[in-house]
Ligand binder design. Structure first.
Ligand code: PMV
Length: 336
């Protein structure tokens, strides 16, 4: 009955767009139990300039969900994760057909450029609308979080926070991200130094699980992550780019150190080259700060005024393939 009340008649094909987000305060580690609840709070910036575009249609003639990712039919884990999200939408709506999903990124997929964040944010929004559900942004964010916690944040623009989940979740608690500051709150440029076009070898989900099981530093990370998150939130509120950058870099290094102690290594030689160059720039008085997610690319945080100079210095690093200039941008939206 509820499902019928929430549904509109006959929606066919829809298209949603979402942007990746880069965590300044990192999420790394999950609560025990079902529902994919993060063990630590996180705070991110949603980026304009990189984009996922996803078309969804439910089709009664299909015998299974279909996913095409960057022109290639997906099977295995990517299809299973998309299908699990679609199954939740079917369970909540009067739409019972399988879906055809076509998604493309204008940046490397599965390499720590947060393609799962923009991918699942666009899929969640597209699937909800294609099924005719009139859900609030919070419910769509909660749906995306169940597929990929960072995706909950890409529903919103600017600076976005996601709380840690309840200590012992039963799986039914709604946990959504929320915007804490608009894209224009602080003058920030994120220079994305691409260090490889290859897909990463360890997904963030399995990297986190191995870290939780094996890292001698995981307990310390849980404490540190909350403190860093508070500091990052305060620095953002004060528009203090120096403190924001230093604490964001500390969050990334703590996350990677904790993972590395469990044998989970995402960085490569080029990552270290960029980290060294960022330190050299700082020593010369340019306020540049580095952060990396579950992959080898480095995102360098600078003020908009310093972006052109920093871009020149980072592009000159021989092991860096290219540098993209991304700025804080909007959340996910429907485009058709
Ligand atoms: O939500 P997932 O499974 O894509 O994991 C994201 C993990 C990091 O990107 C490393 C950190 C973060 O908060 O985005």
């Amino acid at each position: 009955m509820d499902a019928e009340r929430n549904s509109f008649a006959q929606v066919t094909e829809v298209t949603a767009v979402a942007h990746p987000n880069i965590a300044l305060a990192k999420y790394w580690g999950k609560r025990a139990g079902n529902g994919n609840y993060p063990a630590v709070p996180s705070l991110s910036v949603t980026l304009a300039g990189l984009r996922t575009r996803t078309t969804v249609s439910f089709d009664a003639s299909l015998t299974a969900d279909q996913l095409t990712l960057n022109g290639v039919r997906a099977e295995g884990t990517p299809l299973a994760r998309a299908s699990a999200l679609l199954a939740r939408v079917r369970a909540a709506s009067s739409q019972k057909s399988f879906a055809r999903v076509t998604s493309s990124n204008d940046f490397p997929t599965s390499s720590g450029l947060a393609s799962s964040a923009s991918g699942f944010a666009a899929l969640a929004l597209g699937a909800v609308r294609a099924a005719g559900l009139d859900w609030s942004p919070e419910l769509v964010s909660d749906l995306a979080r169940r597929a990929s916690a960072s995706a909950a944040r890409s529903l919103f623009g600017g600076f976005v926070e996601l709380d840690a989940g309840p200590e012992a979740p039963d799986g039914n608690e709604v946990l959504a991200a929320r915007q804490v500051a608009s894209p224009r709150h602080i003058d920030l440029a994120v220079l994305v130094c691409v260090t490889t076009d290859d897909a990463k070898s360890v997904s963030s989900t399995s990297g986190m699980l191995v870290t939780q099981r094996r890292s001698p530093y995981f307990k310390a990370w849980l404490e540190d992550a909350s403190l860093l998150h508070n500091g990052i939130r305060d620095a953002l509120e004060r528009r203090d780019l120096h403190a924001l950058g230093e604490l964001s870099e500390a969050s990334a290094l703590a996350m990677h150190a904790c993972a590395m102690a469990a044998g989970v290594v995402y960085i490569n030689g080029a990552t270290l080259d960029v980290l060294a160059q960022v330190r050299a720039l700082r020593a010369r008085g340019l306020g540049a700060y580095a952060t990396m997610d579950a992959g080898p690319h480095v995102k360098v945080l600078v003020s908009g005024a310093d972006a052109a100079r920093a871009m020149q210095e980072l592009t000159a690093i021989p092991s860096v393939l290219r540098v993209l200039d991304a700025r804080p941008g909007d959340g996910a939206r429907m485009v058709a």
